[in-house]
Write a protein that binds this ligand. Structure first.
Ligand SMILES: Nc1ncnc2c1ncn2[C@@H]1O[C@H](COP(=O)(O)OP(=O)(O)O)[C@@H](O)[C@H]1O
Ligand SMILES: [Mg+2]
Length: 242
């Protein structure tokens, strides 16, 4: 579904990503792990058009998307949730999701298409239902718990009806109970969706992922099933060091 070829990002003298050849298969949950600073968020930034790579190519469903703007990539069907919360706190939960739902296809002509209004509302409701927040639709986002806000971010991403969903540390800062709920949520939404997930909690990764790629200093250190990764000596060395 998505491949990168020799993807490279340099920040001055630092190679945040170095010639990364990566691919994710349709309908899989594919985890990207690695120590802090390994290049995981930079990788997501390239895939979603937040950052233009220094060199290399990104191909999504047969289309080259390298360096395209974020809104174009979103329209092609790649969505993400951010590691740092990006919701609008002073809007309601429903408004947060509605704005995402209309951004995908109706960005510039929504005023002239009143019939889309019901359609957008319906998409918002579906997204809120998927992340278990329909009961809180009319609350201000600021009043949600931290865990609920993180799940709202997933709802915002889902409202754009992506084919590939990129989740950057969705359980960061969550309690054990909230982490468990979010894992359940990811399992529930995986139907008809390919998911790329950056996650620091090894237990979450091992239970959730079909496939794991390990990044270290901007390079792919290892790739395989959770079982293969768990016993890979290079991976163990990196994780024992940190
Ligand atoms: N905008 C930026 N400008 C300069 N350096 C950056 C920038 N973004 C990330 N980096 C650096 O690139 C490396 C990879 O960062 P990042 O992708 O955020 O790692 P991870 O998400 O794996 O923790 C780090 O050394 C980080 O300091
Ligand atoms: Mg990161």
């Amino acid at each position: 579904m998505l491949t990168t070829e020799l993807l490279t990002v340099r920040f001055g003298g630092l190679a945040a990503l170095s010639q990364v050849n990566f691919s994710v298969q349709r309908d899989q949950i594919h985890a990207i792990i690695g120590p802090n600073g390994a290049g995981k968020s930079t990788f997501f930034n390239c895939l979603t058009g937040v950052l233009r790579p220094t060199s290399g190519r990104i191909v999504f469903n047969g289309d080259e998307i390298t360096g395209l703007p974020a809104n174009v990539i979103s329209q092609k069907g790649i969505a993400r949730s951010y590691q740092i919360t990006s919701i609008m706190p002073n809007a309601t939960v429903r408004e947060n999701v509605r704005i995402a739902a209309q951004s995908r296809r109706h960005a510039w002509n929504m005023i002239s298409h009143h019939s889309n209004f019901a359609d957008i509302n319906e998409k918002a409701v579906t997204a809120l239902e998927s992340v278990g927040l329909l009961g809180k639709a009319d609350e201000f986002a600021a009043n949600l718990s931290h865990g609920e806000q993180r799940n709202l971010e997933i709802g915002i991403a889902l409202a754009t009806e992506p084919k590939l969903l990129c989740l950057d540390e969705p359980t960061a800062g969550m309690s054990a109970a909230e982490t468990h709920d979010t894992m359940q949520l990811v399992r529930k939404i995986r139907k008809d969706l390919t998911i790329l997930i950056v996650e620091h909690d090894m237990q979450v990764v091992m239970e959730l992922a079909d496939r794991i790629t390990v990044l270290d200093y901007g390079e792919i250190l290892a790739e395989g099933t959770p079982q293969e990764i768990q016993k890979n000596p290079k991976v163990l060395e990196v994780y024992l060091k940190t």
